[in-house]
Design a protein around this ligand. Structure first.
Ligand code: 9LM
Length: 232
């Protein structure tokens, strides 16, 4: 059996290859850039941006709910303001439980946890995201549940509650049918969905508390968020 030996030439070749390889590594600071942790301010700004654009999307969605624009105009505003926070948390839960590229969910969770929201609200927030995620709602269910949330007749300052009920009822009946069709093996699925709406209402309270704690730390919101949340 002959001895395996690296020749001088092979050694020289090896040196050149390894040098070239080390030279073309991602510079250390770029990788630091990729995994660096964002400051609380940056995370808060990100959420402000996302929330603001989401409110704009919510208004457009609401205007496309059949019959909404024929409601009394003041009631339209009352419904939007009364449901904005719930619709936002519902949307957040849907976004959060969506399949994201590897590691994105973790980074997003980290940035939400480090955005200045106090611990006592973070827990119910992520519990809600988890409980919505476990439902594996299909798109139609998500859309209907959001419309049903917006068309809640007993929001503050709604004058013609019956008119809102007349819009909400067909949505609830449709969702009930859809749940039976989508989840035949889970007769209580529809009840679980409506249970999420009850949990959502508790988040309203937490959100109001969050706003006061942020305001005292002079966090700035956008004009749209101030208007929809009645702050500043
Ligand atoms: C999708 C939108 C509606 N979600 C959103 O804006 N998020 C998300 C979130 C969740 C999952 C994926 C992406 C984002 C977490 C939180 C918010 C907003 N709020 S906030 O409105 O109180 C707020 C506004 C400004 C500073 S804090 C705090 C917590």
């Amino acid at each position: 059996k002959e001895k395996v030996e690296i020749t001088k030439e092979q050694e020289a070749l090896m040196k050149l290859i390894v040098e070239a390889y080390n030279k073309h590594q991602i510079p250390q600071d770029v990788t630091k850039q990729l995994v660096r942790f964002y400051s609380t301010e940056e995370n808060f700004l990100l959420l402000t941006e996302i929330a603001t654009s989401q409110v704009q999307v919510l208004v457009e969605f609401t205007k496309n709910i059949p019959g909404f624009l024929s409601l009394d105009h003041e009631d339209q505003i009352a419904l939007l303001k009364g449901s904005a926070v719930e619709a936002m948390f519902l949307r957040s839960a849907q976004v959060f439980s969506r399949k994201m590229p590897k590691g994105h969910t973790e980074v997003l969770e980290e940035r939400i946890r480090k955005s200045g929201i106090s611990e006592e609200f973070i827990t119910p927030l992520f519990n809600f995201y988890k409980s919505v995620g476990e439902l594996h709602m299909v798109l139609e269910e998500q859309a209907l549940l959001t419309a049903i949330t917006i068309l809640t007749p007993d929001r503050p300052y709604v004058k013609d509650q019956q008119a809102v009920e007349r819009l909400q009822e067909p949505m609830v009946n449709l969702l009930k049918k859809l749940c039976v069709l989508q989840h035949p093996q889970e007769p209580q699925y529809f009840a679980r969905l409506l249970g999420r709406l009850t949990e959502l209402r508790t988040l309203n309270h937490y959100h109001a508390e969050m706003l006061t704690s942020w305001r005292v730390n002079d966090h700035k919101f956008t004009p749209l968020l101030c208007e929809i949340w009645d702050v500043q």
